[in-house]
Design a protein around this ligand. Structure first.
Ligand SMILES: *Cc1c(COP(=O)(O)O)cnc(C)c1O
Length: 396
C-alpha cells in the first residue's frame, strides 16, 4: 500500500471545537457537568425530540436502548444483516436472539413488508404476542438501521410495532441530518421521531464527532429515565447518594467529548451541507462510469450520506478495484461485510445464501473517500482512478 493521498474519511474540526474543549480543560469539571447537558439540549432541539441522553459510544446507546425496551433473555429481535456488527452484538449482550431479515435492494434497509412476511411465516399470535412457531420464543422488538444515512420507512414500522405489540428501536448511528417524509405527519422529519428510542453515534467518521460517543433520543419519559440511570450505574440522575435503583453501567460521556460535540453542533448545518455537496460531485462524476452503480435515495428520503458506497457491476472484481485504488494512495473499503456470516453469528446457525440481497451487495460494495473537506478535484481524482481500476478488473 502506498502513502495515503486521499483518506477514506477525516473529521472536520475547527477553532470553534478547539475553544470549546479548551474551555473544559480550564475548569476542573470533567464529567457530569454542564457541557453534556448543553450537547443533549442542542441535539434534542435539532432533531425535534424531547429527550437526548449522551453516552460513551453508539454501541453503549444501542445496548441501553435495547434494555430500556425490556427485551428479556431468549426473546427475538428482528434486525438487518447489512449493518455494522454492533447493531446485532447488543442483542447477544442481553441473551436476545437476532432474527435477520434481508434488505430492500434500493434503500439497503429493512422494510415493514419484508418483516411482516417473515412474521407471518415463522411466528404465530398467541395471547397478544407473536411467538416463534418452533421454539415458542416471544418476538419482542424490531430494530431497523438507516444504513449509510438512508432513512427507513418509519411510518410503516411505527404501525407495525403499534399493531403487533413490538418495541421499535432505531439504529440511527449513520443518519444524522437525513430527513424522512412522514405520510402520517405530512412533513419532513428526522425519522428518529417515530421510534420508541433511536440511537446516534459520534465516532470520528460520522457526520458529527465527539471522538467516541453516542446519544439515545426519545419522546418517552420512561425510556429517558431508564437510560439516564442506566448510563450512571443505575443511580438517579439528581441523587448525590451512591445507592443504585437498578443494574446500570458506566456509559457516561465526559465533558471534553461533549464540548467537542457542542462545537460541532454550532457548525452542524455547514457540516451537513458540505457532505451533500461532496455527494453531489460524486453523483455527477460517476454518472459516466458504466461499471459502477451509485447509491440512490427513495422519493421520501433526503439523504445526508454517512459514507459514499458504490457497487461494482456483476463481473467486476471488487477486491481488485480496492487494491488498485490503494496503489494510487486512495483509501477505499469493502463496506459492510454481512453480519450473519461473522463467526459469532454463524455459530447461531446462520449460513451463506440465507440473505441473498445482503450478500450480493456485501460482495460488490466499495466505500469511497468521503468527508466534508473533500474538494471537487479530489472527487475527480478518485473517480478517474475508479474508472481505470474497474476497466482493469472486468472479467472478460
Ligand atoms: C457507528 C455505528 C454504530 C455505533 O458505533 P460506536 O463505534 O459504538 O459509536 C452502531 N451502528 C451503526 C450502524 C454504526 O454505523
Amino acid at each position: 500500500m502506498s502513502a495515503v493521498v486521499i483518506p477514506l474519511s477525516r473529521p472536520d474540526l475547527s477553532e470553534i471545537e478547539e475553544r470549546e474543549v479548551l474551555g473544559v480543560l480550564r475548569t476542573s469539571w470533567l464529567s457530569q457537568g454542564p457541557r453534556v447537558q448543553e450537547f443533549e439540549a442542542r441535539m434534542a432541539a435539532f432533531l425535534g425530540i424531547r429527550h437526548a441522553i449522551a453516552v460513551s459510544s453508539g454501541t453503549a446507546g444501542l445496548h441501553l436502548a435495547l434494555r430500556s425496551a425490556g427485551i428479556a433473555a431468549g426473546s427475538h429481535v428482528i434486525t438487518t444483516p447489512f449493518s455494522f456488527v454492533a447493531t446485532a452484538n447488543v442483542m447477544l449482550y442481553e441473551g436476545a436472539y437476532p432474527v435477520f431479515v434481508d434488505i430492500d435492494p434500493l434503500t439497503l434497509n429493512l422494510t415493514p413488508e419484508r418483516v411482516k412476511a417473515v412474521m407471518a411465516r415463522d411466528y404465530v399470535m398467541q395471547e397478544g404476542r407473536w411467538r416463534h412457531r418452533e421454539s415458542g420464543a416471544v418476538l419482542s422488538a424490531v430494530l431497523p438501521v438507516s444504513i449509510f444515512g438512508h432513512p427507513v420507512a418509519m411510518d410503516g414500522f411505527r404501525t407495525l410495532a403499534d399493531t403487533n405489540c413490538l418495541r421499535l428501536i432505531l439504529d440511527a448511528c449513520e443518519s444524522l441530518g437525513s430527513l424522512y417524509w412522514s405520510e402520517h405527519l405530512g412533513e419532513w422529519i428526522s425519522e428518529a421521531q417515530l421510534a420508541d428510542a433511536a440511537v446516534l453515534a459520534f465516532y470520528p467518521n460520522k457526520q458529527l464527532t465527539t471522538g467516541e460517543g453516542g446519544m439515545i433520543v426519545t419522546n418517552d419519559d420512561d425510556i429517558d429515565r431508564y437510560c439516564r440511570m442506566g448510563r450512571n450505574q443505575g443511580r438517579g440522575e439528581k441523587s448525590s447518594s451512591l445507592d443504585a435503583e437498578m443494574l446500570g453501567f458506566n456509559y457516561r460521556m465526559d465533558e471534553l467529548s461533549a464540548a467537542l460535540g457542542v462545537g460541532q453542533m454550532r457548525r452542524i448545518q455547514d457540516l451537513l451541507t458540505r457532505r451533500q455537496q461532496v455527494a453531489a460531485w460524486y453523483e455527477e462524476a460517476l454518472g459516466a462510469v458504466e461499471e459502477i452503480e451509485r447509491p440512490v435515495a427513495a422519493p421520501w428520503a433526503q439523504v445526508c450520506w454517512f459514507v459514499y458506497v458504490v457497487r461494482v457491476r456483476h463481473g467486476v472484481n471488487r477486491d481488485g478495484v480496492i487494491a488498485s485504488l490503494g496503489q494510487r494512495g486512495i483509501e477505499s473499503r469493502a463496506y459492510f461485510p454481512a453480519i450473519h456470516l461473522q463467526p459469532h453469528f454463524a455459530a447461531l446457525g446462520y449460513r451463506p445464501g440465507m440473505f441473498p440481497v445482503t450478500e450480493d451487495f456485501a460482495h460488490r460494495a466499495i466505500a469511497l473517500p468521503f468527508f466534508t473537506q473533500m474538494t471537487k478535484a479530489q472527487v475527480s481524482e478518485v473517480v478517474g482512478a475508479v474508472r481505470s481500476a474497474v476497466s482493469a478488473h472486468v472479467a472478460v
